[in-house]
Design a protein around this ligand. Sequence first.
Ligand code: ADP
Length: 291
Amino acid sequence: MEISIEHLNKNYGKQNVLKDISLHIPIGMYGMLGENGAGKTTLMRILATLSEPTTGMVEINGIDIKRKKEIRKIIGYLPQEFSIYPNMTVYSALDYLGILTELPNNIRKRRINELLKQVNLEHEKNKRFKNLSGGMKRRFGIAQALLNDPKILIIDEPTAGLDPEERLRFYNLLSELAVERIILLSTHIASDIEATCSKAAVLSSGTVVFEGQIEKLLQLGNGKVYTTTILQNELNQFKQKYRVISIYQNGINVSCHFLSNAAPKKEWVSCQPTIEDSYMYLLSSFKQEVE
Ligand code: ADP
């Protein structure tokens, strides 16, 4: 099982929003990381057959993405802005979507009950959609994307607005589902993919700037992350020179956590990079922001 993308370009008018993308996505959970506007949704929509490439080749399990009907049978998609009629109950909404998915009558009921159990919404099945919490709505979204038991699940920015507990529960669910599937997960939060994915790609302005194991991404910031303490009134100047990731106020001083390519100064303390640090370093080095 594989998603194979070769030299994919997507233009909107004169804007080239995906630039010569080549990726091979294997079974398991795969992260698509990038800032807002990087092109993640555009790529996900192409894979979900909702939008077409301008040039290039995309195959899912050897099936060309142009064969939409066949692709839709093996793909489940959870868009960023998922919604359904707010007054429908969880069960009736899944039943309705199951009919649209052309699930035969005799298996629909059984499938919906299995899914409600899997996403832990059994007790909410008679609740109206509008009365679900953010986390429940996301889990409902997963259930509807799984109705036809797809081999590939594409999920766009799933944790926006979720509290830490709901987020964890959501990722545990995805990890369970990834055993026999490809789950492609887009996010702008690096720590989201560290916890769940073994491989990832990073998109920046429509270009793949990283592809590989998460450990490799984590190591990109090795030797580039420091802390130091400076005076509050030196901060603006410091920020112009270095990519400051976080600051802690301490009276007239501030402690800065920052990135630098320069030879370390004696007052700098080197830090082990977090995934967020390495990701920031990667993006900054492409924009040539880091001195
Ligand atoms: P992301 O999901 O990473 O935030 P998107 O794929 O939504 O990024 O957007 C990538 C770029 O494509 C942005 O510059 C966005 O404005 C542009 N874009 C997205 N969809 C359309 C569209 N339907 N028409 C024109 N431009 C679009």
